[in-house]
Design a protein around this ligand. Sequence first.
Ligand code: BYC
Ligand code: FE
Ligand code: FE
Length: 473
Amino acid sequence: MASIDYDSLIPNNVDLTHNRRLKRALEKWQPAYIEWWKSVGPQVFPTNEIYLRTAVSTEKGGWANFGYVRMPEYRWGIFLADPETDRVIPAGDDAGKPVWQDIPGEYRNVLKRLIVVQADTEPASVEQQRWLASTAPSLYDARNLFQVNVEEGRHLWAMVYLLHAHFGRDGRDEADELLARRAGDEDKPRILDAFNQPCTDWLTFHCFTCFTDRDGKYQLGALAESAFDPLSRTCRFMLTEEAHHLFVGESGMERIIRRSAQLEREAPNGDVRALGGIDLPTIQKWVNYWYSYSLDLFGSEVSTNAADYFASGLKGRWREAKDYEDHSCLGKSKTIAYVEGGALVDRDIPLRNAMNELLREDYASDCARVVRRWNKALKDEGSSVEITLPHPRFFRRQGIYTDAHFNTSGELITEAEWEAKMDDWLPTDDDRAYVDSLMKPVLGQGKFANYIAPPRRGIHGNPVDFEYVRTDG
Ligand code: BYC
Ligand code: FE
Ligand code: FE
């Protein structure tokens, strides 16, 4: 079992005390991180006491402590999952050989890039969400937002540790740059598109944690299958925390959807907006938008980058070691529909080049499972409407479908058809103005905004009306 050093400035299970240079470098980065947190992290209740969990070990079951914390005093630590004995490289040309504890020189730059891209999303999401608590639908929801924020902060620490420990001066420079880019900034934006989109309403927040954090789950899963063992162990522990982020998004959406169906029943003519709820067609538009933005995060359907990552063992497939027998993927292909001459044409491509697409498909089935649960809730509430996921070709801005237009069933349409239908599929300015008009803080214990149903239970065995955020100090 890994021993935890909880007394040092940076809680860790990586034996920082015995690596003085690394410890000093990280302790130098720490004040810059805190400065970043204060200036672009949560701007509402920034120093209030919040009921949060903090990672204190990597043991299953007992890894977290719950209690009141003022966020700038949160103990952001560095925790790697325990090493697996005799772990071998799960994927690619060297599958079956011992994993790497240090990075082979030829993979240094690619691996650094992958780690930086992963790292960049973590602070980006905190920046995107920094004003959300000003319109929290309840103390329970505000607390969940802050929980997600502090853990995304910890995920940044997890990646910065790898940069500092394994990439020398370059790594330290990248770690500094991670605090310099800003979500949505014209000059210094975050690397991936979804992390530059505004997140200023709670329907967006719940879509984001449901769909975009779920990209995190799958990317971390692929990196957990890496030949570079410290990366694998880091990602495995991050996945433990990620489960709660996904719960926040999935259950948050379900509560908004459920409330919508309840109001539909109560409202004359079923006009949910007349009663201050978010109608299901509006929710569907947000789903369309965030699902497709999150699909973009898997990269292009056909990618030599992805083939190289797989071949060299830097990334594996989802559950590569457990679920597959052939870890080379050579001599196999996958059929991909290309747009050619105004039509969709199937082409077989080498399987290794389709790794992004395979991961996207695993992600898409996971999302479909979530939507089935929402639809069950709708049925329970007596609604005949169902939420659907648009086809993966719909509204894509990365990959091979970027330059064409598709309807939500994935059929090619003309630009004129797209222009005519777009407002039925995606949020309009009016929709956004309506949703924004509902964003008013509800901060009484056990009170919830009208557009969202209360959760079934509270956090960590506490009641729903618990004082999750001490608003007075
Ligand atoms: N936006 O072959 P391609 C999370 C770039 S979320 C902008 O298609 P590749 C979290 C790409 O970088 C998980 N640019 O891509 C969630 C490449 O540029 P370069 C984050 C994009 O490399 C919520 C070019 O297009 N983790 O943890 O096969 C809250 C063409 O490359 C986008 C990771 O992403 C885009 N959407 O795959 C908090 C894992 N997509 O290199 C946290 C690490 C592609 O030619 N990243 N491009 O300049 C990767 O594995 C890969 O870089 C990607 C792209 C899957 C992202
Ligand atoms: Fe994260
Ligand atoms: Fe997350």
